[in-house]
Design a protein around this ligand. Structure first.
Ligand SMILES: *[C@@H]1O[C@H](CO)[C@@H](O)[C@H](O)[C@H]1NC(C)=O
Ligand SMILES: *[C@@H]1O[C@H](CO)[C@@H](O)[C@H](O)[C@H]1NC(C)=O
Ligand SMILES: *[C@@H]1O[C@H](CO)[C@@H](O)[C@H](O)[C@H]1NC(C)=O
Length: 533
């Protein structure tokens, strides 16, 4: 494909005819404002509610993808929502990934889907490249979560089906080539210029900077790659993504987690060099790994898989980081089911199933620890020597999200104990409280900023109407530009980070849709019927 991305993307939306000079990509690019700037200022029409939230969707011609099924859900939900500000937030947030982040989508039936050897990948078949928002790169984790809302609709909307199938294919290529990396450049075939990273990193295994944007090894990135496929199957019943390339990506995931299950010392007490090391020239402790890029020592025989970084992209303190291990155990078992349903190799099905159940047991055996006040709780990180970190961070996977990940029931006793611990200022150092905002934050932004995403996960894992609606309303109150932000200053609700963070908007829309289906009275008024997508 030789067309510059902006034009290609606008043509996909079939809206380009509305703009002058549609054949001139430069004119088109000038006509569509940069969305980071656009999202930072309010636009009409306003909600008419007490907060008078602005309308922040880009002009139709500038949207990066469109789906009639998505527009229908927006109309259905916003016409039922009693609170005009919540309705405006949903109107902006639900389509945010489609509106702003689909940088490249190529339909496999056109010639642009053919192989390119330029970046060593095989961009065969439908492909989709999805940026996180204000950074022009794709995170495996973010993109899986950005698409989560549309999975159900993919069963009835062919364009969404193709979009998500393409995302799985593209992620497969990323994982095959650089399984230790978290964020990726636009595929060479797209013709979009790679983003230049200003960081000075020394990483092993080495990677190609025109392919990879950042190479922090995060176990949850690989679990999210699997999740994109398992959700697609669960929602559409399709196994079309089980291509040779996807199987190769799966094999790469398994090799990577085997390598990262190695202890720091062998049974004779000799040091074993970890396959992955990362060092950054930085003054920020959470942006690099100590001990020459290896990270702190980890004991053998736990059965846990190490993760060098967290889903916040901050370094782990103790590498046996519990939430992504729990998530991986769920995804391995779900993947086994799909391969079985598709009539795939029985030995692989058995291997995945066994890995998944063993990992779940390792999480329980080594991740559950005694707390003096709360009893048995899940630790955030352990090292296999008995050390543990007790805290939670807003990013998913987190301890708070364990039921959302499908690892435990909300009613699980250890989860309930853990939840009490991490939503309390006295027992979670990153539970941040101020006069205007509160919630779980994390070291990524610092000790004065809580994250709306944590309030939304708290709402989605709660059975308490007051907790659910209180959290939704607090997120609404902190979204004064009509979009959900990364973090909010707890003493000044108007002070936020990241005007354009698609993942957070997706989690907001997921929460509203869950309430609409399960507790419609909370948002649609008493006696309202459930709305199920
Ligand atoms: C691919 O494009 C062709 C021609 O525009 C269209 O008929 C077909 O439905 C598209 N396929 C997918 C999967 O979107
Ligand atoms: C949200 O803000 C309104 C004022 O606009 C206030 O009455 C309400 O208590 C706030 N809700 C929460 C949950 O903070
Ligand atoms: C948070 O807001 C307060 C009050 O405006 C301000 O003093 C403080 O510096 C802000 N914190 C950060 C991290 O920006």
């Amino acid at each position: 494909m030789t067309l510059p991305a902006v034009l290609a993307v606008a043509l996909l939306g079939l809206q380009a005819a509305a703009l002058p000079g549609r054949d001139d990509p430069a004119i088109l690019r000038r006509a569509c404002p940069d969305y980071t700037a656009y999202a930072s200022t309010p636009h009409a029409p306003y909600s008419g509610g007490p907060l008078n939230l602005p309308f922040q969707r880009p002009a139709e011609a500038c949207r990066t993808f469109s789906s009639p099924a998505v527009e229908e859900v927006i109309d259905d939900i916003t016409s039922r929502l009693v609170d005009k500000d919540l309705a405006q937030l949903f109107r902006n947030a639900f389509p945010n990934t489609l509106d702003t982040t689909i940088r490249w989508h190529t339909n496999g039936s056109t010639s642009s889907g053919t192989n390119s050897k330029r970046d060593g990948a095989q961009w065969t078949g439908v492909q989709t490249f999805i940026v996180t928002g204000d950074i022009n790169a794709e995170w495996l984790r973010d993109s899986t979560n950005q698409l989560r809302n549309y999975q159900k609709l993919a069963a009835k909307d062919k364009s969404l089906y193709s979009l998500i199938l393409g995302a799985i294919n593209t992620q497969s290529e990323f994982v095959i080539q650089s399984p230790y990396c978290n964020a990726f450049q636009p595929p060479a075939l797209s013709g979009i210029k790679p983003e230049v990273s200003t960081q000075k990193d020394t990483v092993h295994p080495a990677y190609d900077e025109s392919f990879v944007f950042e190479c922090k090894y995060e176990l949850d990135s690989l679990a999210h790659f699997l999740q994109l496929g398992t959700e697609f199957y669960e929602n559409t019943g399709s196994t079309e993504f089980l291509t040779d390339r996807w199987y190769k990506a799966l094999e790469t995931v398994l090799k990577t987690i085997d390598a990262e299950s190695q202890p720091t010392f062998n049974t004779h007490g000799q040091f074993i060099q970890n396959q992955y090391t990362f060092q950054r020239e930085t003054t920020i402790g959470t942006e690099t790994l100590n001990l020459a890029g290896v990270g702190n020592p980890l004991n053998s025989e736990t059965g846990l898989i190490r993760s060098a970084f967290r889903p916040s992209d901050d370094a782990t303190i103790l590498g046996f980081f519990i939430p992504p291990n729990a998530m991986m155990s769920v995804q391995l078992q779900k993947t086994a089911k799909i391969i079985k349903a598709a009539g795939g190799p029985a030995s692989l099905v058995a291997d995945l199933q066994e890995r998944g159940t063993k990992l779940a047991k390792a999480v329980r055996d080594h991740g559950i620890v005694q707390h003096p006040k709360y009893g048995d709780v899940y630790a955030f990180e352990v090292d296999g020597y008995g050390s543990r970190i007790l805290m939670d961070d807003a990013n998913i996977p987190s301890l708070l999200s364990l039921p959302y990940l499908g690892f435990v029931e909300k009613s699980d006793t250890v989860y309930k104990n853990t939840r009490k611990m991490i939503t309390n200022k006295a027992s979670n150092p990153y539970y941040l409280v101020g006069p205007q905002f509160h919630g779980i934050g994390g070291p990524h932004i610092g000790l004065e900023n809580a994250w709306p995403m944590s309030l939304l996960v708290q709402a989605m894992t709660s059975d308490d109407d007051d907790e659910i609606i209180g959290n939704i309303n607090l997120v609404r109150n902190s979204s004064l530009l009509g979009l959900v932000h990364e973090s909010i200053n707890v003493t000044n609700i108007k002070d936020y980070t990241r005007p354009w963070f698609a993942w957070a908007n997706s989690v907001f829309a997921q929460t509203v849709l869950k309430i609409a289906a399960e507790r419609p009275h909370l948002i649609f008024g008493s006696n309202a019927k459930p709305y199920i997508v």
